[in-house]
Design a protein around this ligand. Structure first.
Ligand SMILES: Nc1ncnc2c1ncn2[C@@H]1O[C@H](COP(=O)(O)OP(=O)(O)OP(=O)(O)O)[C@@H](O)[C@H]1O
Length: 304
């Protein structure tokens, strides 16, 4: 049975419909991602799941609880990551952990959480003196201090350097391995691909697809992208007229050719016939962004 069930969720701000009929179900023990460009309605959706916003339509159940009807019970079972601005600047890490664990009837052992998040030598440090990565890790500790069944993490690694981002991903996997279901909001394709068991692609307040990252990529698997520097100017029409080619774009000194079937062979044959060498030729893998483009006509990347 699903641990989170969102059915036909609608949320409006004035006349603007931020979420226009979103449905998805999360199974216990999954890392379930909500991926979409800025403004797609991701945060609004999870704020409704957390009971922070009242939906205008549809229904939500988390561990069988209606977040609006029984918010008190929900906060005991669902851990939400706080934004840095919501944390008390002058409290030390120890004080923050003691304070927040006192809110729960059966809190986790916060000292173990602090060790797991490698903050044990920061216990006496005030929140405002922590680095960005340390603040982020503390906010994850606070999402877990109530020993929740579900953790909701929103834009988990925004602002972190690549190493800190990878460390955080490992941490989220270890949380999942302890049996916590994770609902993860992100606009980073790489993060979704690496971490999520399944994900909902959201665009303009609607779910465009729900599947595993591999399943989503497989829907456009036939698409390939070639990238190379032509050794001499080349009439694009020679490529676009090939049945295998679906697009040709210039990116600086490079040409990016997308296509299907044996596009590599078709393109290199035309180049050879015209005495053009394809320097630095790369065949790029299909990504979640390609799936998003195929489904919506828009890219995830340009807005993130
Ligand atoms: N409190 C609010 N009042 C009015 N409009 C809002 C409010 N919060 C969000 N919106 C609008 O609703 C839409 C969805 O916003 P939301 O924050 O849910 O998107 P998002 O996918 O989480 O985006 P981001 O990745 O930028 O956080 C946007 O157009 C946003 O401007």
């Amino acid at each position: 049975m699903a641990i989170i069930e969102v059915t036909d969720l609608v949320k409006r701000y004035g006349t603007h419909t931020a979420v226009g009929g979103v449905s998805f179900a999360v199974e216990p023990g999954e890392i379930f991602g909500i991926l979409g460009p800025n403004g797609a309605g991701k945060t609004t959706t999870v704020e409704c799941v957390e009971g922070l916003r009242r939906p205008d339509g549809g229904s939500i159940r988390v561990c069988g609880i209606d977040p609006q009807r029984d918010r008190g019970e929900l906060t005991q079972r669902l851990g939400a990551q706080l934004q840095a601005s919501e944390l008390p600047e002058k409290l030390t890490v120890r004080e923050v952990m003691e304070l927040y664990s006192s809110f729960y009837r059966a809190p986790a052992d916060w000292r173990r959480l602090i060790e797991m998040l490698r903050l044990e030598d920061k216990l006496g440090t005030q929140f405002r003196r922590l680095s960005g990565g340390q603040k982020q890790r503390l906010s994850i500790a606070l999402a877990l201090v109530g020993d929740p069944e579900v953790a909701v993490l929103d834009e988990l690694t925004t602002g972190l350097d690549p190493q800190a981002r990878r460390d955080t991903w490992e941490l989220i996997e270890s949380i999942r391995d302890r049996g916590v279901t994770v609902l993860l909001v992100t606009h980073f394709m790489e993060e979704a691909e690496r971490l999520c068991d399944r994900l909902a692609l959201i665009d303009a307040g609607r779910v465009v697809a729900v599947d595993s990252p591999a399943g989503l990529v497989a829907t456009v698997n036939d698409t390939q992208r070639l990238r190379f520097k032509p050794s001499a100017p080349l009439d694009h029409a020679l490529l676009t007229e090939l049945p295998e080619v679906t697009g040709v774009e210039r990116a600086g000194t490079q040409l990016v050719v997308t296509g299907t079937g044996n596009v590599l062979h078709a393109v290199t044959t035309v180049l050879a016939r015209n005495q053009v060498i394809a320097a630095d030729l790369r065949v790029e893998q299909t990504t979640l962004d390609d799936a998003f483009v195929a489904l919506t006509g828009r890219t995830l990347e340009e807005t993130s």
